[in-house]
Design a protein around this ligand. Structure first.
Ligand SMILES: [Zn+2]
Ligand SMILES: [Zn+2]
Length: 604
């Protein structure tokens, strides 16, 4: 494709980043022209290319899918007419006048923000479409053939909540029909897995406008899954990994956060109560559990023999995220996490950090998620020292320490500046959602500064007060994000031990309802989550529904089964698994549940 740039025409292909971006950006201009033809009152904002295509922001009423289809049809008309993209420049005063005359206030604002000496360029296509644009563009529209408008959503002008909400239309363009079709199929697949859609469809959670953004409500099924995860993690930490459990308040006076540093370093992220209410104590909902657990530690005098002292808590936390940031279960304002703090002697740091990594890895392996993650050493930002406590030497030493722990344990990792907590560097375990966006799932942090601020100490072998180190850690991501991750990873087909409904019993007719109830009773007595589909629907219908509900097992019972005390077992893993006595089936499924085995679908 031919691109006009700096007075020259250059040939690019779609494989060149420049070619790809220019094709897509030029398509966004065609889309903007189509929008203006159909909705003349709409105001233009900006329309760049992005990794996956392009978008354009309009000051407009929200667009429906029908609108997008109409815009697409209009674009095809424009392309049939054909467009040359021509460039011209204007002095500032004339550029402003042109955009004012055309009634484009956002373009006027953009021109006003350009540096004094900037060249102000426009691109025109056809008789009437002119856009403020730095270019480059294709020489003409003949290369635009395979495009699609994907979706539309609100987006704040210049990304700031303080500004007006505009309407963004996302689209994409490719060089060939095959590539476009493959991309659209990929998007469809992602949409099917997206926890924010699938989790609601499976009735695991919901959100309600009047309750608020980022505040999910878990329905009984989602709650059951979280309860299973929580019981497992609590027992694992306490019984096998040497933790003690705490239970501390959800809020505290601002004084506590002033000592911890959160007041100075993290206030924007906190919900603060009574701030403007004179005579009342200013309180804040907790954004993390650290200072609360420190006070549990300080409740008794500790000696070097008591360390490491490992505390964990099923802790609900509050973070005042921007409303534009909220997404399903991954960006929320209230979440619950198994958060812990290990108070330790400096000589124990390496071993304890290694154990934290091992526990996290065990948890992810058990959930079948270990293959999804990458490790990151999150460092401070040396360009922005005011955001952190401690000096350069402190950061270099602690960062080196974490780096060496990962190297010694053969962990592959990346490093990122500016991602540390304000009190210390972190090992972050990252996973991507279906859209490729990365979130931190598990974090392990070394902190050699906070003990002093809180007056925490232990008595060493010589009877002297000594400052301990602190490890801040989680062993599983917060329950909300973990559930989102499980939904997307398994497409809702969870390992049997985590399924809210593990077995459904399907009587062939009403005559066998009593036998079905009897089987269900035996399964429940063995701790298996079983239900009976008592409706007088056809068996085929009930089986289809059991499959659609992504159940691991369903048992068909009729005359033969009732006579012999058996069940006819089917599963989503292997289809028909044959007849078993009730007690055989109980042993069979309990083995899978108790070992948390992950059965996969057997290809036939
Ligand atoms: Zn442009
Ligand atoms: Zn902490």
């Amino acid at each position: 494709m031919k691109i006009y740039e700096n007075g020259e025409v250059t040939e690019y292909t779609f494989e060149d980043e420049k070619g790809r971006d220019t094709l897509r950006h030029s398509t966004s201009h065609i889309m903007a022209e189509a929008v203006k033809r159909l909705f003349p009152d709409v105001k233009l904002a900006i329309g760049p290319s992005i990794d996956t295509g392009f978008y354009y922001d309009f000051d407009a009423e929200p667009f429906s899918r029908e609108d997008l289809d109409a815009i697409e049809a209009e674009m095809k008309k424009i392309l049939k007419e054909g467009r040359r993209f021509t460039r011209f420049t204007l002095p500032r005063a004339e550029a402003l006048k042109l955009m004012e005359d055309r009634g484009e206030p956002y373009k006027v604002e953009l021109i006003n923000d350009l540096p004094e000496d900037a060249e102000i360029s426009f691109y025109q296509q056809g008789e009437d479409f002119v856009d403020l644009c730095a270019g480059p563009h294709l020489i003409d529209s003949r290369y635009i053939k395979h495009f699609k408008l994907i979706s539309s959503s609100g987006a704040y002008w210049r990304g700031s909540e303080k500004n007006k909400m505009l309407q963004r239309i996302y689209g994409t363009a490719f060089a060939t029909k095959e590539d476009l079709d493959a991309y659209l199929a990929h998007l469809e697949n992602i949409k099917m897995r997206d926890h924010n859609r699938l989790g609601r469809e499976m009735k695991l959670f919901t959100t309600v406008d009047v309750i608020g953004q980022g505040l999910p409500l878990f329905t009984p099924k989602g709650t059951k899954m979280i309860q299973l995860l929580q019981r497992w993690i609590e027992d694992l930490e306490d019984d096998e990994w040497g933790y003690v459990r705490t239970r501390t308040p959800f809020m505290a006076k601002s004084d506590l956060y002033k000592i911890s540093g959160h007041w100075d370093h993290y206030q924007d992220g906190m919900f603060i109560l009574n701030k403007n209410d004179e005579g009342k104590e200013v309180m804040a909902l907790r954004p993390m559990t650290c200072p609360f657990q420190y006070h549990v530690y300080m409740n008794e005098q500790r000696s070097y023999r008591d360390l490491p002292y490992r505390m964990s808590e099923t802790s609900t936390l509050f973070r005042n995220e921007d409303s534009g940031e909220m997404h399903g279960l991954t960006r929320v304002r209230q979440f619950t996490i198994t958060e812990g703090h290990i108070i330790l002697r400096p000589d124990q740091a390496e071993e304890e950090l290694t154990r934290c990594v091992e526990l996290a890895n065990y948890v992810m392996t058990t959930l079948g998620l270990a293959g999804d993650v990458t490790y990151r050493l999150s460092k401070w930002d040396p360009e922005n020292k005011a955001k952190y406590i401690g000096d350069e030497e402190y950061w270099n030493t602690t960062q080196d320490f974490l780096r060496n722990v990962m190297i010694k344990n053969n962990i592959k990792f990346t490093e990122a500046d500016g991602e540390a907590a304000f009190y210390g560097p972190k090992i972050d375990i990252q996973a991507k959602n279906v859209y490729g966006k990365e979130d931190t799932m598990i974090t392990i942090q070394l902190d050699c500064e906070s003990a002093e601020k809180f007056g925490m100490y232990y008595i060493n072998e010589n009877g002297e007060k000594t400052l301990p180190y602190i490890i801040h850690r989680t062993s599983m991501g917060c329950y909300e994000r973990t559930l989102a991750w499980l939904i997307e990873h398994y497409e809702g087909k969870f390992p049997t031990w985590l399924c809210p409904e593990q077995v459904r019993i399907l009587p062939i007719s009403d005559k066998f309802a009593d036998y079905a109830a009897d089987v269900a009773k035996k399964l429940k007595a063995a701790g298996i989550r079983a239900t009976v589909d008592e409706r007088s629907e056809k068996l085929g219908f009930k089986i289809r529904e059991a499959r659609m509900d992504r159940l691991p097992y369903w048992l068909i019972v009729g005359e033969k089964e009732a006579e012999n005390g058996t069940v006819s077992v089917s599963s989503r893993f292997a289809g028909d698994e044959g007849g078993k006595t009730v007690s055989e089936f109980i042993d069979f499924i309990l083995d899978e549940i108790n070992t948390k085995r992950i059965r996969t679908e057997e290809k036939k």
